[in-house]
Write a protein that binds this ligand. Structure first.
Ligand code: PGA
Length: 252
């Protein structure tokens, strides 16, 4: 059995003061749900504040990016070891980073290797754009991103990775993929390409999250599907009651 997993991707939202306020409201409600792996991913500058608030609870902490190099002249970047001082997780290859900041399958691959080497669990995002979806290219795009992103990992490392299927057209739009469609992509595309690459035993261990307009009302249906192991939640993770409801749905 794969442990259900729900991560909140705050993106570029909340000042440190606002982050503290959100976590102090949300933390207690989340901390009592004990059968879901729960991860909060605030912006870098709020990581320390959130770490101090959730220390000693079962809530996990993640960054939204890192650089693959260990240190040096990389202005504005944050190394894997710096992330690992506070976090156990890191979101990599989010479509917003691919679209606005030039990330490619190659840079995502370097980051995944660096994250695992530092002892972090990468949450690797894959997903097709609306144009690709309409052109019938979902399988090609998603399997390429999965294969190239995880290229060169050994089976033991690959089993630690969490993959998030996030169709780009569903992110922040309110147009969530149906649970049936997401299940089909998770099973027939993502898990299949993981099985081709690492064998079916490893593929069965890897958690595959759905992301894209998950909310308190639609979350439960995703979690009824056998290959949807959790959710990567953007907008709704900024609202205490909604995020708790989503995690509760994953727990049921
Ligand atoms: P959304 O974002 O839930 O606001 O659609 C999901 C994500 O980008 O991870």
């Amino acid at each position: 059995m794969r442990t259900p997993f729900v991560a909140g991707n705050w993106k570029m939202n909340k000042t440190v003061a606002e982050a503290r306020e959100l976590v102090s409201v949300m933390g207690k409600g989340l901390a009592v749900i004990n059968n879901v792996e729960i991860v909060l991913c605030p912006p870098f500058v709020s990581i320390l504040a959130v770490a101090n608030l959730i220390g000693g609870t079962r809530l996990g902490l993640g960054a939204q990016n890192l650089h693959w190099e260990e240190k040096g002249a990389f202005t504005g970047e944050v190394s894997p070891a710096m992330v690992k001082e506070f976090c156990n997780y890191v979101i990599l290859g989010h479509s917003e980073r691919r679209t606005y900041f030039g990330e490619t399958d190659l840079t995502v691959n370097k980051k995944i290797h660096a994250a695992l080497k530092a002892g972090l669990t990468p949450i690797v995002c894959v997903g097709e754009t609306l144009e690709e979806n309409k052109a019938g290219k979902t399988a090609q795009v998603v399997s390429t991103q999965t294969k190239e992103g995880l290229q060169g990992l050994d089976a033991e490392s690959a089993a630690k990775v969490v993959v998030a299927y996030e169709p780009v057209w569903a992110i922040g739009t309110g147009l969530a993929a149906t649970a049936d469609d997401a299940q089909q992509v998770h099973c027939d595309i993502v898990r299949k390409s993981l099985a081709d690459q690492f064998g079916s035993d490893v593929a069965q261990k890897i958690r595959i999250l759905y992301g894209g307009s998950v909310n308190a009302a639609n979350a439960a249906e995703y979690f009824t599907k056998p290959d949807i192991d959790g959710a990567l939640v953007g907008g709704a993770s900024l609202k205490s009651d909604d995020f708790i409801a989503i995690v509760q749905a994953a727990s049921n």
